[in-house]
Design a protein around this ligand. Structure first.
Ligand SMILES: NC(=O)c1ccc[n+]([C@@H]2O[C@H](COP(=O)([O-])OP(=O)(O)OC[C@H]3O[C@@H](n4cnc5c(N)ncnc54)[C@H](OP(=O)(O)O)[C@@H]3O)[C@@H](O)[C@H]2O)c1
Length: 391
């Protein structure tokens, strides 16, 4: 008579129903270490959490054989901010490596941002280390903890620091979580990972999520930006960010306690290049339309640069918003445009030499896969795609 061995995973991932965590889980699904993965997922019960996880993976792969690799016992139902409810689960005792992707990422004025991202994260880590011997805890933060006045090239050790003015509460909460984790857990094998702006997927475009990509569509629809078109945007695709996270997770040794996942100088793009990539996509669409017997205007204009304007000029066009962005709440869209204009004006890139020294290649350029994002976004209005970042 044979008895199945109890499932004893060694890797824990949180936030795998989200954009980055989902991409990470999908990346690992085909890898040997998948069988050792446990996923902490919110749900009404274990079965609901499992179904949510399955749906998350299905955004990234249609391969049923691969999806079949997600076993119900790999999903632990729980809210990371309430660890007392799940910490006694026997599956946690063998956990050695963790990727903590879960966070409240809303850019809106969500009052739970600090209680989730700061208090909740601290509570989660402090509970987890009581039951498991952790050898590496990857805490996913954000490069945007740099605030509103970063230098042209930001290096990991410059932040977090005092007296930084944040553009949104969310980035402030991530900076505070980093600070308190370091302060309260001396000697803990904490590795902070800071992705820059994540938009789209190199193969799937915005099918898994249109998060942030809609803001580029917004600028393109207006043909206007509030910064110089020579300003650089540090954007990475979610599949690259996921693969970098996995690399940092499985790498036997890491040289540093903090890493950027970014496009850096070599793969970042200027707004002028982004404008040209959008224009090229329109030209291609127009050619396809012509080939199918359409009219010359089918693809829209082929402007190859944006006009730099004061924000008031964008506000003055609010009556056009329904036409440009799809039916929308104009006040909301204006506030969003104002907020993202702050990020666009940073004109900063995040140094990624540490990540590359660990063996990761450079990030793909946003402009090289923008056409994939565009194609997969065509069924959604800009306004609809935008709601995700303010939920
Ligand atoms: N996307 C970016 O551009 C970007 C850039 C830099 C850094 N980051 C960082 O990357 C991480 C992932 O971001 P994302 O864009 O993937 O965010 P996301 O799509 O909003 O996903 C957030 C994830 O966190 C989970 N979560 C939130 N609160 C939870 C709780 N109390 N208990 C359990 N799970 C909880 C969500 O689960 P539910 O499905 O149950 O809500 C979801 O799986 C975050 O730490 C973020 O700060 C993101």
């Amino acid at each position: 008579m044979s008895h199945a061995l109890p499932f004893s995973p060694s890797i824990l991932i949180t936030g795998a129903t989200g954009f980055l965590g989902g991409a990470l889980a999908a990346d690992m699904l085909a890898k040997p270490e998948w069988d050792n993965v446990l996923l902490l997922v919110r749900g009404e019960d274990a079965s609901h959490a499992y179904q949510r996880m399955l749906r998350s993976l299905a955004r990234f792969t249609f391969n049923l054989e691969l999806l079949g690799r997600l076993k119900p016992e790999q999903v632990l139902s729980g809210d990371f901010t309430q660890p007392a409810a799940f910490i006694a689960d026997a599956r946690l005792t063998g956990i050695k490596r963790v990727v903590h992707c879960a966070a409240l990422t809303s850019f809106g004025a969500n009052t739970r941002v600090f209680s989730t991202n700061v208090d909740g994260t601290l509570r989660f880590v402090h509970h987890l280390r009581q039951v498991a011997t952790i050898e590496r805890f990857l805490h996913v933060s954000t490069a945007m903890i740099c605030g509103d006045q970063p230098t042209a090239i930001v290096r990991e050790d410059e932040f977090p620091r005092a007296r930084v003015k944040h553009l949104v509460n969310y980035t402030e909460s991530k900076a505070e979580a980093e600070r308190l984790l370091r302060l309260t857990l001396p000697g803990f094998p904490l590795v902070v990972v800071r992705p820059s702006i994540i938009a789209g997927h190199t193969r799937l475009g915005c099918s898994p999520s249109g998060s942030i990509y809609w803001t580029f569509r917004m600028a393109d629809a207006l043909g206007m930006i509030t910064c110089s078109s020579a300003a650089r945007m540090d954007v990475v695709p979610v599949d690259y960010a996921a693969s970098a996270l996995r690399h940092l997770l499985v790498c036997p040794q890491l040289a540093h306690p903090t890493y950027h996942i970014s496009s850096d100088e070599q793969s970042s793009c200027t707004w002028r290049e982004i404008a040209a990539a959008f224009a090229l996509t329109r030209v291609k669409v127009a050619h396809v339309a012509l080939a199918w017997g359409g009219h010359e205007s089918a693809g829209g204009g082929a402007e190859t640069d944006y006009r730099t304007v004061e924000f008031e000029e964008i506000a003055a066009r609010r009556q056009e918003f329904d036409t440009l962005f799809g039916p929308c709440n104009k006040k909301f869209m204006l506030a969003a445009a104002n907020l993202y204009a702050g990020f666009a004006a940073l004109d900063t890139v995040f140094d990624s030499s540490r990540l590359r020294a660990e063996g990761m290649p450079a990030s793909p350029r946003f402009t090289d896969y923008l056409h994939v994002c565009e194609k997969s976004s065509s069924a959604y209005t800009i306004a609809d795609q935008g709601t995700i970042d303010f939920a």
